[in-house]
Design a protein around this ligand. Structure first.
Ligand code: ARG
Length: 462
C-alpha cells in the first residue's frame, strides 16, 4: 500500500506500526475543514503561478465532488479509506481518484503539519459557536427558573452551613454568572484561533509565492501567524479549549451538586421532575438524580483530558512532533461531553419546581443572627459588641432548641436593653433580603435588575 511518503523507503512499513500511527478513525471529523483549506490552497497556488488554470479548476471541482460524496456516511468506511493514514491522506487520495494527475499537484509547497493546524482552527471557529449556544440555552433555562422563583426565599450556605436568607432567584443567577464567564472564555478562544497558519510549510515557511493575506481573507482569518515554527509546533489552542471546557464542566458539576442536595429529602427545597429522575430496581421509594450525578461525574473526564494534554505537550522540543496528534481525541471527547452535559443540565433544571414552604422555613431561624446584630448596630452598639451579644443569644437558643421568633420581649431585653418591641418584625427572612443595598445583593430590586440584564444578554447572545 502506498503512503504519502513511500518513496523514501525500500519496502513496506510494519503493518502494526502503521495501524498504531493512523488517525483517520478520529481526525475524519476535520474532513470538511481539510477540504475547505485545500480548496483555498489550490487557489493560492494558482495565484502564485504554480498551478495552471486548468489544474486549479480540476482541483476545485474535484474537491467539490469529494465534499458532495461525503453526505453518504459509508464514504469514510470504504476499503481504501481503511488504509488511509489520516484525513489529509484520505482527501488527497479521493481527489486523485477523481481527477488524476492534477490532484497530485495540490500538495505543492504544503505540509500536513500546517494543514492540521489550519484544519483545527477552522474546526474551532466552526464549532465553538455551537458550544456557546448550548451555554446560552442553559443560561436561558436558569434565568427562567429565577423568574419563576419570584419572591421565594431560601437559605444560602457557606461551609455548607446555613448563612443568610436569599431569594431563590439570586441562587439561580449565581450559576448564570459563572456560565457567562465560560461563554466569554470560549469567545476569547475564537480570537486565539483566528489566525492563518498556512504558509508555514512543515516548519520553516514555503518557497512558493503564496499570498497569505489573500489566503487568510479567503478562509475567514483576520490575521496571519507570526512564526512558522510556533504555528506548526504548538497546539495551545487545544489546551485553551480543554481548559474552557473543564471550567464549564466544573460549573455544571457544582450546579448538579446543588440540585442533588436541594432536591434530596434532607433539604427538599426543590423537586425534581419525574422525567428527570430514575428509580431503583430494589427500593420502590427512590427518586434518584442520575442525570445530575452523571454530569458531575463527567467533569472528571474533561479535566482528565486537559491534564493529559498538558502532560503530552510539556516536554516537546519546539517544532512539530507526532505527539501532537494526541490532541484530537482529547478535544473531540471534551467537546462531546460538554455538549451532552449542557443539554442534560438544561433539561433537568428546566423541570425543577420550588418547594416554597420548605425553602422559606429553612431561610428563617438562627441564620437571621446577622440581622439581629445589625439591629443593635442601628441602635448605636459597635458591631463587635453586637456580635458578642448575639453570639451569646445563639448559644442559649441552641441549648434550649429555640429560635429568635420564640423569644418574648423580656427575653430579648435580658440580652440587651437596646431591643424594643419592633425587633420581632425586623428579624425575618423577607426583611433580611429587603435590607440588602448593593447592586450585586439579594435585594429583590437588585435581583430583578440583574435578571433583566441577563435577559438582555441572552437576547444579544442568541
Ligand atoms: N495527524 C497529524 C497530527 O495531528 C497530522 C500531521 C502529520 N504530520 C506528520 N509529519 N506526520 O499532528
Amino acid at each position: 500500500m502506498a503512503h504519502l511518503w513511500s518513496g523514501r523507503f525500500a519496502g513496506d512499513p510494519d503493518a502494526a506500526l502503521v495501524a498504531f500511527g493512523r488517525s483517520f478513525g478520529f481526525d475524519r471529523r476535520l474532513f470538511e475543514d481539510d477540504v475547505r483549506g485545500s480548496q483555498a490552497w489550490a487557489q493560492a497556488l494558482a495565484r502564485a503561478g504554480v498551478l495552471n488554470a486548468a489544474d486549479a479548476a480540476a482541483i476545485r471541482s474535484g474537491l467539490d465532488a469529494v465534499l458532495a460524496a461525503s453526505t453518504d456516511r459509508t464514504f469514510f468506511d470504504t476499503p481504501a479509506a481503511q488504509e488511509d493514514e489520516d484525513v489529509h491522506a484520505f482527501v488527497e487520495r479521493e481527489l486523485v481518484a477523481r481527477i488524476g494527475e492534477a490532484g497530485r499537484r495540490l500538495h505543492t509547497g504544503r505540509s500536513r503539519n500546517e494543514q492540521v493546524a489550519v484544519d483545527l482552527r477552522l474546526y474551532l471557529k466552526r464549532r465553538i459557536p455551537a458550544v456557546q449556544q448550548a451555554l446560552v440555552a442553559l443560561i436561558d433555562v436558569l434565568a427562567a427558573s429565577a423568574e419563576r422563583a419570584g419572591d421565594a426565599l431560601m437559605p444560602s450556605y457557606t461551609h455548607l452551613r446555613r448563612a443568610q436568607p436569599i431569594l431563590a432567584a439570586h441562587f439561580f443567577l449565581a450559576h448564570v454568572n459563572a456560565l457567562r464567564r465560560d461563554h466569554g472564555r470560549f469567545g476569547a478562544l475564537l480570537d486565539d484561533a483566528d489566525e492563518l497558519p498556512l504558509g508555514s510549510g512543515a516548519i520553516a515557511g514555503t518557497s512558493y509565492d503564496i499570498d497569505v493575506t489573500w489566503l487568510a481573507r479567503e478562509l475567514g482569518f483576520s490575521r496571519i501567524v507570526r512564526n512558522s515554527i510556533d504555528a506548526t509546533g504548538d497546539r495551545d489552542i487545544v489546551a485553551t479549549f480543554l481548559y474552557a471546557a473543564s471550567l464549564a464542566m466544573v460549573h455544571l458539576s457544582r450546579l448538579a451538586e446543588d440540585m442533588i442536595l436541594f432536591t434530596s429529602e434532607e433539604f427538599a427545597f426543590f423537586d425534581l421532575a419525574d422525567t428527570a429522575a430514575t428509580g431503583s430496581s430494589l427500593m420502590p421509594q427512590k427518586k434518584n438524580p442520575d442525570p445530575l450525578e452523571l454530569v458531575r461525574g463527567k467533569a472528571g473526564r474533561v479535566i482528565g483530558r486537559l491534564t493529559g494534554w498538558l502532560a503530552t505537550m510539556k516536554s516537546l522540543p519546539i517544532g512539530y512532533s507526532k505527539d501532537l496528534q494526541e490532541d484530537k481525541e482529547a478535544l473531540f471527547e471534551a467537546e462531546d461531553t460538554l455538549h451532552a452535559s449542557l443539554a442534560a443540565s438544561a433539561s433537568v433544571v428546566g423541570g425543577i419546581a420550588i418547594n416554597h414552604e420548605n425553602a422559606a422555613r429553612a431561610a428563617s431561624g438562627l441564620l437571621l443572627a446577622t440581622d439581629v446584630a445589625d439591629y443593635l448596630v442601628a441602635k448605636g452598639l459597635p458591631f463587635r459588641d453586637a456580635h458578642e451579644v448575639v453570639g451569646a443569644m445563639v448559644r442559649r437558643l441552641v441549648l434550649e432548641r429555640r429560635s429568635f421568633e420564640d423569644l418574648a420581649l423580656a427575653e430579648w431585653q435580658s440580652h440587651s436593653p437596646l431591643f424594643a418591641a419592633d425587633v420581632a418584625e425586623a428579624v425575618t427572612a423577607a426583611r433580611s433580603v429587603a435590607k440588602k443595598r448593593t447592586p450585586q445583593s439579594t435585594h429583590p430590586d437588585a435581583v430583578a435588575k440583574a435578571l433583566a440584564e441577563v435577559r438582555g444578554w441572552i437576547q444579544a447572545a442568541k
